[in-house]
Design a protein. Structure first.
Length: 200
């Protein structure tokens, strides 16, 4: 066998140093490199252990869900349907909620007229707005021209829509509004329990 030259020996040592299997067995090796390789091995082992735990946990949870599904499927539905004659009880009184059953066509008409985008309090404000518009309409329809204050007070009112001048006494009506009071410089009408002051 031939003897190794010094370059070959040096090359063999470098190769052993680079190979992780020989690095631990080599006496007098660099301890920091040994620590790094040992740390990498422990990280790989730890990640492998975590992966195995996750796989077992997912298989176990799938098995548990399958078991629960099988049990609930065998028992039937949790909530019995109302068509099976369920009796409802509330605080000791028997209540038959479906005593006055109507066909679907009855409810369909009600539902089709309902505006689901309008709240219940908006319906009330619509009525208030309508009343305000009626009051404003009366104020727009008539104009107070003058007032005569004598033994029989009279208000001179011009109807803008009809282009007429009216001489009204207390108690006279105009478009559903009753002349309630005549004062200096104003006439007070009463319409739907609302007092409306007309000023010249």
């Amino acid at each position: 066998m031939r003897s190794l030259t010094s370059e070959e020996k040096l090359l063999k040592i470098i190769r052993k140093k680079d190979n992780p299997l020989y690095a631990n067995s080599k006496p007098g090796g660099n301890s920091s490199e040994d620590d790094k390789t040992e740390q990498k091995r422990s990280e790989v082992d730890l990640l492998g252990l975590v992966n195995k735990l996750l796989i077992f946990a997912s298989i176990g949870s799938l098995g548990f869900l399958g078991y629960k599904y099988y049990i609930f499927k065998a028992k039937g539905p949790l909530i019995p349907s109302l068509s099976e004659g369920v009796v409802l009880h509330s605080k000791g009184f028997d209540i038959d909620l479906f005593e006055d059953k109507e066909p679907f066509s009855y409810y369909e008409g009600i539902i089709s007229q309902r505006n689901i985008f309008q709240a219940s309090w908006e319906k009330e404000t619509a009525g208030v707005v309508k009343q305000v518009e009626e009051v404003l309409d009366i104020r727009r329809k008539i104009r107070l021209v003058g007032v005569l204050l004598d033994s029989n007070p009279t208000a001179i009112i011009e109807d803008i829509d009809k282009h007429k001048t009216l001489f009204m006494s207390i108690g006279d009506t105009l478009d559903g509004a009753v002349l309630e009071e005549i004062q200096e410089g104003k006439a007070i009408f009463l319409q739907d329990n609302d007092r409306i002051e007309i000023i010249p």
